[in-house]
Design a protein around this ligand. Structure first.
Ligand code: TYM
Length: 412
């Protein structure tokens, strides 16, 4: 199994120099264009989302692919063909994703898996469980438990604002929910029994002076990938799980897939995204711990404009004359890269790429396009979030029947 190492700064894994570091805690690349995702697929042993899979996706669902699929933003998978087979045969599956609430506000990068999950939930009409790992953040960030729970509630408003259907979505804080759900705790213990300290060290790279909470945590993130963790949703059914996330979370689920046969449960399938890059460039992902690297969902229109104008790494040339002559480099230009994630109009995006590459479009003009797109997305998000009251949050967080029925092997 690919080992990951906590907090490595010198792009080394187990003493070997590598081009890119991708772990749940660190994303670092030596290349201006960011992580080499084709190499990462080989290293992690996942599969590329190729045209054949996209065609099959459209054929089976009858829906056009989301821009994240069309543009290779979700680029890698494990067992997605199996999920499509299930859907084709009218058999059920569910979606699982999560968030580690470490800051009051989520950033644009965090939106990626949630925007995609909302779309998948609409396309497949399936239940979704969302884990808020306030326990993880209390341990890693040394937060008081009460503060971690508060952040979980605060973040859940951003998540709900993505538009999830309350009838099909269960959101939970680990610190509050697990103590009230014996099935969850029992599955955690089943997983803890099945993984050795050596395996955890090998996968996550924890050291002797790390708190034991870190070593014990991975089974807590694994347990929601097993349907019997949620008896109030799935009753006695063994239901396969599909997990959309950025590829940094894959180590947790490589571990889960390894032990699934021992526990007699299906291996979870995965859809992996690339990272939404930091403002300063694609060598690293957008991260909440660096204020200037990120646009937060609480930022004002003015803050968005200033941050983009001041910090967005440009693939343009040093002078207007040179830019007109040589053109810009979209591969490393953050404004263009961000538009790939958030500008839905394929024709407009292609036109921007053509004009920036030829030098007809200047960096300032490209930034202006981006500022308008991001200001609109954030303002609309803030409007939706305003309407989310504490009562609404409680609805999503109540353990309850989500209308799941296993009739004739079909979800309906
Ligand atoms: P967290 O809070 O670090 O991230 C939440 C989700 O957002 C993804 N993500 C990003 N995606 C694209 N670009 C970025 N710059 C970026 N930064 C973060 C993460 O991959 C993740 O999907 N331990 C987890 C919480 C968790 C979880 C899960 C995540 C619990 N169960 C199941 C995914 C699936 C965490 O701290 O995520």
């Amino acid at each position: 199994m690919e080992p990951v190492t906590d907090g490595v700064e010198d792009l080394e894994i187990n003493g070997k120099s590598v081009e890119d570091i991708v772990t749940p805690w660190t994303v670092n690349s030596k290349n201006d264009a960011g992580v080499d995702y084709d190499k990462l697929i080989l290293r992690f042993g996942s599969s590329k989302i190729d045209q054949e899979l996209l065609d099959r996706f459209e054929k089976i669902t009858g829906k056009s692919c989301h821009r994240f699929l069309r543009r290779g933003i979700f680029f890698s998978h494990r067992d997605m063909h199996t999920v499509l087979n299930l859907y084709e045969q009218g058999k059920p599956f569910y979606l699982y994703t999560g968030r580690g609430p470490s800051s009051d506000a989520m950033h644009l990068g965090h939106l990626i898996p949630f925007v995609f999950c909302k779309w998948l939930q609409d396309v497949f009409d399936v239940p979704l469980v969302i884990q808020l790992t306030d326990d993880e953040k209390a341990i890693w960030k040394n937060l008081k438990l009460e503060e971690a729970i508060r952040l979980a509630y605060e973040n859940s408003k951003d998540i709900i604002a993505c538009g999830f259907d309350v009838k099909k979505t269960f959101i939970f804080s680990n610190l509050e929910h697990i103590g009230n759900n014996v099935a969850f705790y029992q599955n955690m213990i089943r997983i803890q029994k099945s993984v050795t300290f050596n395996q955890i060290k090998g996968i996550f790279g924890f050291g002797d002076s790390d708190p034991v909470g870190k070593i014990a945590f991975p089974p807590t993130q694994a347990a929601p990938a097993i349907s019997s963790t949620f008896p109030f949703i799935f009753k006695d059914a063994i239901v396969p799980c599909l997990i959309p996330c950025a590829i940094d979370q894959d180590p947790y689920f490589r571990m889960t897939r390894d032990i699934a046969p021992k526990l007699g449960v299906p291996k979870p399938a995965l859809l992996h995204s690339i990272f939404f890059p930091a403002l300063q460039g694609s060598q690293t992902k957008m991260s909440a711990s660096d204020f200037n690297s990120a646009i937060f969902l609480t930022d004002t229109a003015k803050q968005i404009k200033n941050k983009i104008n001041k910090h967005a790494f440009s693939g343009g040339q040093a002078t207007v004359e040179e830019h007109r002559r040589l053109g810009g480099n979209c591969d490393i230009d953050i404004s263009y890269q961000w538009l790939r994630f958030f500008l839905d109009d394929d024709d407009k995006l292609a036109e921007i790429e053509k004009n920036y590459t030829s030098g007809a479009l200047l960096t300032g003009e490209l930034k202006k396009e981006l500022i308008e797109v991001i200001q609109k997305i954030v303002a609309e998000h803030q409007e939706r979030k305003k309407a989310i009251t504490d009562e609404i949050v409680k609805e999503y967080m109540k353990p309850r029947d989500l209308g799941f029925k296993l009739t004739n092997n079909s979800i309906k």
